[in-house]
Design a protein around this ligand. Structure first.
Ligand code: PHE
Length: 339
Protein backbone atom coordinates (compact mmCIF):
# COMPACT_ATOMS: atom_id res chain seq x y z
CA UNK A 1 0.00 0.00 0.00
CA UNK A 2 1.42 3.30 -1.11
CA UNK A 3 0.64 5.60 1.78
CA UNK A 4 2.46 8.52 0.21
CA UNK A 5 0.27 8.29 -2.94
CA UNK A 6 -2.90 8.07 -0.80
CA UNK A 7 -1.94 11.13 1.17
CA UNK A 8 -1.10 13.11 -1.92
CA UNK A 9 -4.37 12.24 -3.67
CA UNK A 10 -6.41 13.01 -0.60
CA UNK A 11 -4.69 16.35 -0.14
CA UNK A 12 -5.13 17.38 -3.79
CA UNK A 13 -8.82 16.56 -3.65
CA UNK A 14 -9.17 18.45 -0.37
CA UNK A 15 -7.54 21.50 -1.91
CA UNK A 16 -10.03 21.26 -4.78
CA UNK A 17 -13.06 21.44 -2.51
CA UNK A 18 -14.71 24.88 -2.56
CA UNK A 19 -17.90 24.44 -0.55
CA UNK A 20 -19.29 22.65 2.47
CA UNK A 21 -21.05 19.93 0.49
CA UNK A 22 -17.83 19.06 -1.38
CA UNK A 23 -15.87 18.95 1.85
CA UNK A 24 -18.36 16.63 3.51
CA UNK A 25 -18.27 14.25 0.50
CA UNK A 26 -14.48 14.28 0.64
CA UNK A 27 -14.59 13.44 4.35
CA UNK A 28 -16.77 10.41 3.94
CA UNK A 29 -14.67 9.21 0.99
CA UNK A 30 -11.52 9.07 3.17
CA UNK A 31 -12.79 8.86 6.72
CA UNK A 32 -16.24 7.25 6.43
CA UNK A 33 -16.71 3.68 7.63
CA UNK A 34 -15.48 2.35 4.28
CA UNK A 35 -13.20 5.36 3.87
CA UNK A 36 -9.77 4.90 2.30
CA UNK A 37 -7.82 6.02 5.35
CA UNK A 38 -9.91 3.70 7.52
CA UNK A 39 -9.14 0.88 5.10
CA UNK A 40 -5.43 1.68 5.19
CA UNK A 41 -5.59 1.34 8.98
CA UNK A 42 -7.42 -1.99 8.58
CA UNK A 43 -4.59 -3.39 6.48
CA UNK A 44 -2.16 -3.07 9.39
CA UNK A 45 -2.57 -6.78 10.11
CA UNK A 46 -1.37 -7.70 6.57
CA UNK A 47 1.87 -5.79 7.01
CA UNK A 48 4.93 -7.86 7.99
CA UNK A 49 5.41 -7.55 11.79
CA UNK A 50 8.73 -5.78 11.47
CA UNK A 51 7.25 -2.95 9.43
CA UNK A 52 4.07 -2.56 11.43
CA UNK A 53 5.20 0.17 13.87
CA UNK A 54 6.41 2.39 11.04
CA UNK A 55 3.30 1.72 8.97
CA UNK A 56 0.93 2.37 11.87
CA UNK A 57 2.67 5.57 12.81
CA UNK A 58 2.53 6.81 9.26
CA UNK A 59 -1.20 6.09 8.80
CA UNK A 60 -1.95 7.88 12.07
CA UNK A 61 0.09 10.88 11.05
CA UNK A 62 -1.77 11.08 7.72
CA UNK A 63 -5.06 10.72 9.50
CA UNK A 64 -4.29 13.51 11.95
CA UNK A 65 -2.94 16.06 9.48
CA UNK A 66 -5.74 15.45 6.96
CA UNK A 67 -8.40 15.74 9.67
CA UNK A 68 -6.88 18.97 10.98
CA UNK A 69 -6.70 20.48 7.52
CA UNK A 70 -10.22 19.32 6.74
CA UNK A 71 -11.59 20.99 9.84
CA UNK A 72 -9.72 24.22 9.21
CA UNK A 73 -10.97 24.33 5.64
CA UNK A 74 -14.55 23.57 6.67
CA UNK A 75 -14.53 26.48 9.13
CA UNK A 76 -13.08 28.75 6.48
CA UNK A 77 -15.68 27.78 3.89
CA UNK A 78 -18.53 28.36 6.36
CA UNK A 79 -17.14 31.75 7.26
CA UNK A 80 -16.94 32.68 3.57
CA UNK A 81 -20.53 31.60 3.00
CA UNK A 82 -21.70 33.71 5.92
CA UNK A 83 -19.81 36.78 4.75
CA UNK A 84 -21.21 36.37 1.28
CA UNK A 85 -24.79 36.01 2.48
CA UNK A 86 -24.45 39.04 4.74
CA UNK A 87 -23.17 41.10 1.84
CA UNK A 88 -25.90 39.91 -0.54
CA UNK A 89 -28.99 39.89 1.69
CA UNK A 90 -27.94 43.03 3.50
CA UNK A 91 -30.38 43.70 6.35
CA UNK A 92 -29.60 46.58 8.63
CA UNK A 93 -31.52 45.81 11.78
CA UNK A 94 -30.56 49.16 13.29
CA UNK A 95 -32.36 51.13 10.58
CA UNK A 96 -35.47 52.86 11.99
CA UNK A 97 -38.70 51.38 10.59
CA UNK A 98 -41.08 53.23 8.32
CA UNK A 99 -43.46 55.17 10.54
CA UNK A 100 -46.95 53.68 10.68
CA UNK A 101 -49.59 56.40 10.85
CA UNK A 102 -50.92 56.25 14.38
CA UNK A 103 -54.57 56.71 15.18
CA UNK A 104 -55.92 58.53 18.19
CA UNK A 105 -59.02 58.61 20.28
CA UNK A 106 -61.84 60.85 19.13
CA UNK A 107 -62.04 63.97 21.26
CA UNK A 108 -65.56 62.96 22.34
CA UNK A 109 -64.21 59.61 23.54
CA UNK A 110 -61.44 61.32 25.46
CA UNK A 111 -63.73 63.70 27.27
CA UNK A 112 -66.18 60.87 27.95
CA UNK A 113 -63.37 58.86 29.55
CA UNK A 114 -62.34 61.84 31.62
CA UNK A 115 -65.90 62.24 32.89
CA UNK A 116 -66.17 58.55 33.68
CA UNK A 117 -62.88 58.61 35.58
CA UNK A 118 -63.94 61.54 37.74
CA UNK A 119 -67.20 59.85 38.70
CA UNK A 120 -65.45 56.51 39.20
CA UNK A 121 -63.27 58.21 41.81
CA UNK A 122 -66.46 59.26 43.60
CA UNK A 123 -67.77 55.69 43.57
CA UNK A 124 -70.13 55.86 40.59
CA UNK A 125 -70.42 52.73 38.47
CA UNK A 126 -71.20 52.82 34.76
CA UNK A 127 -74.58 51.45 33.74
CA UNK A 128 -75.25 50.93 30.05
CA UNK A 129 -78.75 51.36 28.76
CA UNK A 130 -80.53 51.08 25.43
CA UNK A 131 -80.74 53.76 22.75
CA UNK A 132 -83.98 52.46 21.29
CA UNK A 133 -86.63 53.02 23.92
CA UNK A 134 -90.35 52.88 24.36
CA UNK A 135 -92.50 55.92 24.94
CA UNK A 136 -93.40 54.52 28.34
CA UNK A 137 -89.85 54.59 29.71
CA UNK A 138 -88.65 57.70 27.87
CA UNK A 139 -91.63 59.78 29.03
CA UNK A 140 -94.45 58.22 31.02
CA UNK A 141 -92.50 56.54 33.80
CA UNK A 142 -90.51 59.76 34.10
CA UNK A 143 -93.69 61.51 35.15
CA UNK A 144 -94.77 62.67 31.69
CA UNK A 145 -98.13 61.13 30.78
CA UNK A 146 -99.26 61.36 27.14
CA UNK A 147 -99.99 64.96 26.15
CA UNK A 148 -97.96 66.32 29.06
CA UNK A 149 -96.75 69.71 27.83
CA UNK A 150 -93.19 69.04 29.02
CA UNK A 151 -92.84 66.46 26.27
CA UNK A 152 -92.36 69.39 23.94
CA UNK A 153 -88.93 69.88 25.52
CA UNK A 154 -87.80 66.84 23.52
CA UNK A 155 -88.52 66.57 19.80
CA UNK A 156 -88.64 62.88 19.18
CA UNK A 157 -87.68 60.40 16.47
CA UNK A 158 -90.47 57.85 16.21
CA UNK A 159 -90.06 54.49 14.51
CA UNK A 160 -92.68 52.80 12.36
CA UNK A 161 -93.52 50.64 15.38
CA UNK A 162 -95.95 52.63 17.52
CA UNK A 163 -94.49 53.43 20.94
CA UNK A 164 -90.91 52.60 19.91
CA UNK A 165 -88.70 55.68 19.73
CA UNK A 166 -85.06 56.71 19.86
CA UNK A 167 -84.38 57.96 23.36
CA UNK A 168 -84.31 61.73 23.59
CA UNK A 169 -82.22 61.70 26.78
CA UNK A 170 -80.46 59.18 29.01
CA UNK A 171 -83.04 59.65 31.79
CA UNK A 172 -85.08 56.52 30.88
CA UNK A 173 -81.95 54.64 31.97
CA UNK A 174 -82.85 55.74 35.52
CA UNK A 175 -85.93 53.52 35.36
CA UNK A 176 -83.91 50.54 34.08
CA UNK A 177 -81.27 50.82 36.83
CA UNK A 178 -83.81 51.28 39.60
CA UNK A 179 -85.90 48.33 38.50
CA UNK A 180 -82.82 46.16 38.25
CA UNK A 181 -81.17 47.15 41.54
CA UNK A 182 -84.19 47.88 43.77
CA UNK A 183 -84.13 47.91 46.81
CA UNK A 184 -80.33 48.34 46.87
CA UNK A 185 -78.81 51.83 47.07
CA UNK A 186 -77.66 53.16 43.69
CA UNK A 187 -74.73 55.28 42.57
CA UNK A 188 -74.30 55.12 38.79
CA UNK A 189 -73.65 57.17 35.71
CA UNK A 190 -75.36 56.30 32.43
CA UNK A 191 -73.37 57.52 29.45
CA UNK A 192 -74.69 57.09 25.95
CA UNK A 193 -76.06 58.42 22.68
CA UNK A 194 -79.35 60.31 22.47
CA UNK A 195 -81.39 61.48 19.49
CA UNK A 196 -83.60 64.48 18.85
CA UNK A 197 -85.62 65.44 15.83
CA UNK A 198 -84.17 68.90 15.45
CA UNK A 199 -82.78 71.07 12.71
CA UNK A 200 -79.03 70.54 12.53
CA UNK A 201 -77.27 73.81 13.26
CA UNK A 202 -74.04 75.07 14.72
CA UNK A 203 -75.49 74.51 18.18
CA UNK A 204 -77.73 71.46 17.84
CA UNK A 205 -77.34 67.99 16.38
CA UNK A 206 -79.85 65.17 15.93
CA UNK A 207 -77.42 62.84 17.68
CA UNK A 208 -75.35 63.60 20.77
CA UNK A 209 -74.08 62.00 23.94
CA UNK A 210 -75.35 62.50 27.44
CA UNK A 211 -74.09 61.41 30.82
CA UNK A 212 -76.86 60.81 33.29
CA UNK A 213 -76.13 60.40 36.98
CA UNK A 214 -78.33 58.71 39.55
CA UNK A 215 -77.88 58.27 43.27
CA UNK A 216 -80.60 56.65 45.38
CA UNK A 217 -80.42 55.83 49.07
CA UNK A 218 -82.02 56.25 52.47
CA UNK A 219 -80.80 59.75 53.24
CA UNK A 220 -79.65 61.35 50.01
CA UNK A 221 -80.10 65.12 50.09
CA UNK A 222 -79.74 68.15 47.90
CA UNK A 223 -76.44 68.83 49.69
CA UNK A 224 -75.09 65.56 48.27
CA UNK A 225 -76.16 66.64 44.80
CA UNK A 226 -74.48 70.02 45.15
CA UNK A 227 -71.29 68.57 46.61
CA UNK A 228 -71.03 65.97 43.87
CA UNK A 229 -71.56 68.48 41.08
CA UNK A 230 -69.10 71.04 42.48
CA UNK A 231 -66.44 68.34 42.91
CA UNK A 232 -67.04 67.14 39.36
CA UNK A 233 -67.02 70.59 37.76
CA UNK A 234 -63.82 71.63 39.53
CA UNK A 235 -62.01 68.48 38.51
CA UNK A 236 -63.05 68.85 34.90
CA UNK A 237 -62.66 72.61 34.49
CA UNK A 238 -60.18 73.58 37.23
CA UNK A 239 -60.14 73.95 41.01
CA UNK A 240 -60.79 77.70 41.01
CA UNK A 241 -64.12 77.49 39.20
CA UNK A 242 -67.32 78.85 40.68
CA UNK A 243 -70.48 76.76 40.34
CA UNK A 244 -73.95 78.28 40.36
CA UNK A 245 -77.28 76.53 40.93
CA UNK A 246 -80.43 78.00 39.42
CA UNK A 247 -83.89 76.71 40.01
CA UNK A 248 -85.47 75.11 36.96
CA UNK A 249 -88.08 72.60 35.92
CA UNK A 250 -87.97 68.95 34.84
CA UNK A 251 -90.97 66.64 35.26
CA UNK A 252 -88.81 63.88 36.78
CA UNK A 253 -87.03 65.93 39.46
CA UNK A 254 -88.39 68.04 42.30
CA UNK A 255 -86.91 70.43 43.03
CA UNK A 256 -85.09 70.86 39.72
CA UNK A 257 -82.02 72.94 39.07
CA UNK A 258 -79.69 73.93 36.29
CA UNK A 259 -75.98 74.20 36.91
CA UNK A 260 -73.70 76.92 35.59
CA UNK A 261 -69.98 77.45 35.89
CA UNK A 262 -68.28 80.80 35.73
CA UNK A 263 -66.29 81.49 32.61
CA UNK A 264 -62.89 83.20 32.80
CA UNK A 265 -63.33 86.82 31.74
CA UNK A 266 -59.88 86.83 30.14
CA UNK A 267 -61.06 84.28 27.55
CA UNK A 268 -61.74 86.29 24.38
CA UNK A 269 -64.78 84.08 23.75
CA UNK A 270 -66.23 84.68 27.22
CA UNK A 271 -68.77 87.26 26.16
CA UNK A 272 -70.10 85.24 23.27
CA UNK A 273 -70.19 81.94 25.23
CA UNK A 274 -71.90 83.39 28.29
CA UNK A 275 -74.04 85.89 26.40
CA UNK A 276 -72.49 88.56 28.57
CA UNK A 277 -73.47 86.98 31.92
CA UNK A 278 -70.15 85.36 32.83
CA UNK A 279 -71.96 82.05 33.50
CA UNK A 280 -72.34 79.00 31.35
CA UNK A 281 -74.86 76.19 31.75
CA UNK A 282 -73.40 72.68 31.96
CA UNK A 283 -76.23 70.43 33.15
CA UNK A 284 -79.73 69.86 34.44
CA UNK A 285 -80.29 68.12 37.75
CA UNK A 286 -82.55 67.74 40.77
CA UNK A 287 -83.94 65.45 43.43
CA UNK A 288 -85.61 62.40 41.91
CA UNK A 289 -89.37 62.96 41.80
CA UNK A 290 -91.37 60.67 44.18
CA UNK A 291 -93.41 59.38 41.24
CA UNK A 292 -90.21 58.34 39.44
CA UNK A 293 -88.83 56.66 42.57
CA UNK A 294 -92.04 54.71 42.89
CA UNK A 295 -91.96 53.76 39.19
CA UNK A 296 -88.45 52.42 39.82
CA UNK A 297 -89.68 50.32 42.72
CA UNK A 298 -88.50 52.51 45.61
CA UNK A 299 -90.78 53.77 48.40
CA UNK A 300 -90.41 57.57 48.33
CA UNK A 301 -91.17 57.74 52.05
CA UNK A 302 -88.02 55.75 52.80
CA UNK A 303 -85.78 56.53 49.83
CA UNK A 304 -84.61 59.70 48.18
CA UNK A 305 -82.21 60.39 45.36
CA UNK A 306 -80.63 62.90 43.07
CA UNK A 307 -80.14 62.82 39.32
CA UNK A 308 -78.33 64.94 36.79
CA UNK A 309 -77.88 64.97 33.05
CA UNK A 310 -75.21 66.67 30.98
CA UNK A 311 -74.06 66.82 27.38
CA UNK A 312 -70.38 65.93 27.00
CA UNK A 313 -70.31 67.47 23.51
CA UNK A 314 -71.33 70.78 24.97
CA UNK A 315 -68.75 70.40 27.70
CA UNK A 316 -66.07 69.54 25.13
CA UNK A 317 -67.00 72.62 23.13
CA UNK A 318 -66.46 74.72 26.25
CA UNK A 319 -63.20 73.06 27.16
CA UNK A 320 -61.66 73.35 23.70
CA UNK A 321 -63.43 76.43 22.36
CA UNK A 322 -65.10 74.45 19.55
CA UNK A 323 -67.76 76.61 17.98
CA UNK A 324 -69.66 74.12 15.83
CA UNK A 325 -71.27 70.97 17.23
CA UNK A 326 -71.44 69.45 13.74
CA UNK A 327 -67.67 68.90 13.91
CA UNK A 328 -68.15 65.94 16.25
CA UNK A 329 -69.60 63.46 13.78
CA UNK A 330 -68.41 65.15 10.58
CA UNK A 331 -65.32 62.91 10.26
CA UNK A 332 -63.15 65.84 9.25
CA UNK A 333 -59.57 64.75 9.92
CA UNK A 334 -58.31 68.30 10.02
CA UNK A 335 -60.58 68.87 12.96
CA UNK A 336 -60.01 65.52 14.68
CA UNK A 337 -56.22 65.59 14.42
CA UNK A 338 -56.04 68.69 16.60
CA UNK A 339 -56.81 66.67 19.71
N1 PHE B 1 -82.86 64.56 30.90
C1 PHE B 1 -82.69 65.99 31.01
C2 PHE B 1 -82.46 66.55 29.61
O1 PHE B 1 -82.21 65.84 28.70
C3 PHE B 1 -81.53 66.34 31.91
C4 PHE B 1 -81.75 65.94 33.32
C5 PHE B 1 -81.36 64.71 33.79
C6 PHE B 1 -82.37 66.81 34.22
C7 PHE B 1 -81.57 64.33 35.10
C8 PHE B 1 -82.58 66.46 35.52
C9 PHE B 1 -82.18 65.23 35.97
O2 PHE B 1 -82.54 67.73 29.38
Amino acid sequence: MDLAALEQRAREELDGCTDEAGLRAWYSKYFGRQGEVQQALGRLKDVPPAERPVYGKEVNRIKETLTRDYEAKLAHVKELALTRSLAHDALDVTLPGRPVPRGRLHVATRVMREIRAIFADMGFQVYRSREVEDDLTNFELLNMPPHHPARDMWDTFHTTTPGVILRTHTSPGQIHVMRELCPEPIRVILPGMCYRYEAITQRSEIQFEQVEGLCVGQSVTMADLKGTIVAFARRLFGQGRQVRFRSSYFPFTEPSIEVDIDWPQEDPNADRLTKGTGWLEIMGAGMVHPVVLRNGGYDPDRFSGFAFGMGPQRITMLKYAIDDIRQFWGNDLQFLEQF
